[in-house]
Design a protein around this ligand. Structure first.
Ligand SMILES: Cc1cc2nc3c(=O)[nH]c(=O)nc-3n(C[C@H](O)[C@H](O)[C@H](O)COP(=O)(O)OP(=O)(O)OC[C@H]3O[C@@H](n4cnc5c(N)ncnc54)[C@H](O)[C@@H]3O)c2cc1C
Ligand code: FES
Length: 267
């Protein structure tokens, strides 16, 4: 309880902007959260009183220590996120965090490859912006359903990110899965490379397979339904390979970022 109290923050909402249909960007005054690392998340209280009871996990999308601000980017997926989409500038937002472990080795010289599927770009944007700020090399691959459902180029350019895009309908970038971009890249660029991915499970499984073939290190950010968000309820466990054994780890506590080689993806 003590721990939760220290992690709980009431933050002033400065802006709630719909970036593309169904995706909202929240800008918050949150000086206690600005030193979070990319890949860490917050548990957001979505109801004014106790309904819905459970907070919702959302990645930290960007942090500006100099202004004491953070941003969250979320897709309206159901009741909880629909409620958050109605929050107004001037509201106080209750956040628990920063939680979990983020992407490792973001400050290493070796090229980093970010592979994002849809709203999976939320934590990877922060990671890429951090490398961009200190002029470390990286590539950013982004896949989505349709061009109009992904943020415009300016959204990325302001942070030194030039994503290579693919969409299911071919309306922006090429058409096809984002793993095809990674595959093409790995044909001509050899390890040592470090791949960081976030998106739907089947996409992550595909990224890990490609990384394995190319001998590249790979970390993935997993999503699982969460209750407490701080390691107490075991509601978020995921299976992992540990030698010959299957081991269950808590996404909220040991993750959400894990070594992709160890994750047992559903087949
Ligand atoms: C560590 C972590 C970081 C996340 N970061 C982001 C983020 O930055 N932006 C963002 O848009 N979303 C993020 N998510 C997913 C987000 O938490 C869910 O979309 C949200 O909890 C759905 O709540 P809801 O009440 O709107 O939908 P619900 O009505 O609860 O569910 C709607 C649909 O979403 C699915 N869903 C619910 N919870 C989750 C979950 N935790 N993970 C995956 N699918 C879920 C349900 O199965 C259902 O299909 C993150 C999840 C995790 C675990
Ligand atoms: S959500 Fe409770 S242990 Fe992870």
């Amino acid at each position: 309880m003590d721990r939760d109290n220290k992690l709980e923050h009431r933050c002033l909402l400065l802006e709630n902007r719909e970036v593309v249909p169904g995706w909202h960007l929240l800008e918050l005054q949150a000086p206690d959260l600005v030193h979070a690392s990319p890949g860490q998340f917050v548990q957001l209280r979505v109801g004014r009183l106790t309904d819905p009871l459970l907070r919702r996990p959302v990645s930290i999308h960007y942090a500006e220590p100099e202004k004491g601000r953070i941003r969250l980017l979320f897709r309206v997926a159901g009741r909880g996120t629909a409620l958050v989409s109605g929050f107004k500038a001037g509201d106080n937002v209750d956040l628990l965090g920063p939680l979990g472990r983020g992407f490792p080795c973001l400050d290493e010289e070796e090229p980093a490859i970010f592979v994002a599927g849809g709203i999976g770009l939320a934590p990877l944007f922060f990671a890429a912006a951090q490398r961009s700020r200190v002029s470390l090399p990286f590539e950013f691959f982004l896949g989505g359903k349709s061009g109009s459902l992904l943020p415009p180029e300016g959204y990325f350019q302001a942070h030194g990110i030039k994503p290579r895009l693919v969409t299911d309908d071919g309306s922006r970038g090429g058409s096809g899965p984002v793993t095809a971009l990674l595959e093409e890249y790995l044909e001509t660029n050899k390890a040592p490379l470090r791949i960081h991915a976030c998106g739907p499970g089947p996409m992550l499984a595909g990224v890990v397979e490609l990384a394995r073939s190319a001998g590249a290190a790979v970390h993935v950010s997993l999503e699982s339904r969460m209750a407490c968000g701080v390691g107490a309820c075991l509601g978020c466990v995921y299976p992992f390979r540990s030698g010959d054994q299957v081991e269950y780890r808590r996404v909220c506590r040991e993750g959400p970022v894990f070594n992709g080689e160890e994750v047992l993806f559903e087949s």
